[in-house]
Structures are given as structure tokens and as C-alpha cells.
Design a protein around this ligand. Sequence first.
Ligand code: ADP
Length: 493
Amino acid sequence: MERFILSLDEGTTSARAIIFNRESNVLSVGQYEFPQHYPKPGWVEHNPEEIWDAQFRAIKTALERAKIEPSQIAAIGVTNQRETTIVWDRSGKPLHNAIVWQCRRTAEMVEEIKREYGDVIKEKTGLVPDAYFSASKLKWLLDNVPGLREKAERGEVLFGTVDTFLIYRLTGEHVTDYSNASRTMLFNIRRLEWDDELLEIFNIPEEVLPEVRESSEVYGYTKRELLGAEIPVSGDAGDQQAALFGQAGFEAGMVKATYGTGSFILANTGKTVRYSNNLLTTIAWGLNGKITYALEGSVFITGAAVQWLRDGIRIIKSAPETEELARKLESNEGVYFVPAFVGLGAPYWDQFARGLIIGITRGTGREHLARATLEAIAYLTRDVVEEMERLVGIKELRVDGGATANDFLMEFQADILNRRVVRPVVKETTALGAAYLAGLAVDYWESLEEIRSLWKAERVFEPTMDEETRERLYRGWKEAVKRAMGWAKVVGA
Ligand code: ADP
């Protein structure tokens, strides 16, 4: 009987389950959204029961659509929205809503801790202290949920990111993997252990922490009452790291960029921990007794700028229309758009930057704005890749995410980076990465070499732009960015 791998891709707005076959093709997908809860301005929560329901229904749907029995699943891999923080008791009952990575409730707490311990935290965890990561969220729960701290000290509370919660519900094991642990801001990424000093700074009792395991090994087996079969759960990685793995980015210098609402760019740096002031250092995965590290840069607004053209100023009807418009022009004709709607992320880190369109003349039309938007996405990616390049040699860029459907964007990206841009056949790289990790642990796939041979490019975009044009365009971009920076301060908004 043919066997398959089930990948659980638990995102910020929906949970998906995807079944892959041995050639790593998608057999079926189940997907359900779950509600977002906003108890106060700037606060974001999920109900863990709603996440579980959506995830479990997605599993059922995927199995039904593939017309296979649970016993045909050789292994399950999990990948998840990172940093989101959950506490539950030993029966699996959540003790509060999940505090989502976007939630800003602990921003002030972190500012205070950062002043004293910023350097220590960066050195130990690779992260720039921010409310984004789990540590301050967990501290908030322990300090604010009545009775939680006492319960935790009695060993009755389990903490975890969403991977850990799902694996606990599936198997009863309280575990996470290195990649997820490295986003908590409590994990020492060199010594590979929960860090005593950080636990003290955030006042976290050690009893609540999951065991940290490799990203590819059997953590446990699904409880029989769930699916009627005991299936090994054997892969776990945060979504961005899983995408790098799903792109077969196994060697130092391999980079992937995911173009969604915003963009996430990860560079494999191999066995070496590398630090940059403007990027995060993180664990990509732990596999076969070895840790692979990565540099990460996130850009807040990329695909969302295309959405703004459609829904905000309504100059296009659909996202793909940007390509047709952009191609009507030979060049950008000096028009640039810096989509700094919520400030600028890596490598600028300016929360006061605001969006700007510059270079407008009487002849400027919607084709200029469409082109400037797509170009901006490519320039923003180059900004991050250049920063990475100082620390690790980069050969090509492997891409995924919704906006990679845009061939103009991909061509321009190759030109402006002066590097090959490679788009894979299987676009579900996040889910695929978790599937690969799970499959490797149970010998469904034998080796990284086998996986490398399964990974296939759908299209390669080669750079064709001459150096003079490339650098002139990019200089224009840098000047536009300068003019966008700090704007909210200037106007006091
Ligand atoms: P997310 O996972 O963040 O929701 P997706 O990977 O689904 O994002 O990508 C959706 C984003 O990609 C949207 O912001 C949309 O504007 C953009 N997008 C989708 N198709 C295109 C296209 N053909 N050209 C440019 N942008 C696109």
C-alpha cells in the first residue's frame, strides 16, 4: 500500500494540512481559517481550541480528499506561526488565549529589559529584544493570569509555541525543536539550552519549558482515539525555517525569500553563528546531531503594497494586473514608491518612516505606480540580501509566496540583485519543509541528497541588466528611502 507524509502548516490566520507523496507532489490540501481576537488596541490573541479545531478539521479534510486511510500516513510534520505563546495544563486544557506574535502588549516591558540586557540577549539568543518574541508574552501571562505562577511553580503548567501545543495534543509529549526554541528569546543558541540568566531576567520557572529536540526525529505517536492509528510525529520547524528546508537550502550561502503580505528572507550560514546589527540570527534546524544557523531579515510591507493599489487607491482590479501595467513602460522613468506604511523593517529599522511616492510628473500614470510598487519589492529584498552578503557568500535566490507568480517582479529581482532567481515547481515550500523533516526521521526519504534531487525548479530568471543601469536604479531607491525615513517624527504623527 502506498504511503504518504502529512504536513501540518499552522499559520497566523488559518491552519492547513497537506498530504505529499514520495515524489514530494501535493496530493490534497485541507484548510480552515480561525478567528483573530483583538481584546484591546494593539493586542492580538488566538483561542488555542479554535486553532486545534481548524487544524484537526484540516487533517480530516485532507485525508478525505486524498481518499486514503490514516494508516497510510508514514509520518506527520508540523510547521507553525512562530513565537505565539500558549500555556496549558497537563490535561491539554489552555489556561489563557494564545498571545500572538503581532501582539504589542509587552512593548514597554521589553523596552525596559532591553536597556539593561539588550546586548546580553542579542549575544545569547541572536535576537534584538522585542515584544515579538515569546519571552515577554510568557512573563505577561505568569504575572497577569490569576494563580498561574503558583500553578507553574507546582509543575502544573506547560508552555509552548503552537508547534508544541499541537504535538502535545497529538501525542502527549511536551517538546519543541531548535528552530522554534530559538524564537522564544529564552534559548541560548550557542550552548543549545534554556538559558538560566534569561529565565531569571524574565522570571520564568523552568518547570514550564518543553524539551528541545532536533527538527527531525520521532517525538511521539498520535493517540489512537484521534485518527484511529498511531502515526509518528517526527518533524517540527518554525514556518520560515521550514520554507528554507523545503527549498532544499541545505548549504551555507543558500537564501530563500518568501513574498507574501511582507517578505521573509533567510540565509543559511551553516555551522557558524553570524551576527549583524540589522538582521536576526536564528537556528535554521537541528538535524543528525548538527545545528544549522541562519540570518533572517523581514520586510513588513511588500505584497500588501500591491493590495493597497487594488483596495486602497483602487488603480488596479487584481494583483496580476500590475505586471501588464509595468511592462507598458521601458523604465520606471524616475518614479519610486517606498511602501513604508508601518515604518521600515530590516535593514533600516525605522518605525517612524512612512510611505512615499517620488518623481511624479504630468506624465505619471497608474502604470508608473504599478511598476514602482513591483520594483520596490525587489529593492527591499536587495537591501536585506546586501546586508547578508557581508557575512556569507550568496549564489542565488530561491523564491516562494503569492507574489512570485509575477514574472516581471521575478525578472526585475534577478536584475537588481545581479543573481539568478529560482522559482520551484512545488510552491508550498513551508509545508514541504516540514514534510521533508518528518519523512527523513522515519526513512521515508533517505538522505538530504535524495531530497535535493526531488526539489525542482519551475523557472530560473537570469539577470540581464547592465551594471550601470542596475546601480543607477538602486541609487535612486536609496535616495528615496532616505527621504521616507523619520517622516512620522517630522509631522508629529
Ligand atoms: P500571505 O501568506 O502573507 O497571506 P501569500 O503568499 O498568499 O501571502 O501572497 C499574497 C500576497 O501576494 C498579497 O499581498 C498579494 O498582493 C500579492 N500577490 C499575489 N499575486 C500577485 C501578483 N501576480 N503580482 C504581485 N503581487 C501579487
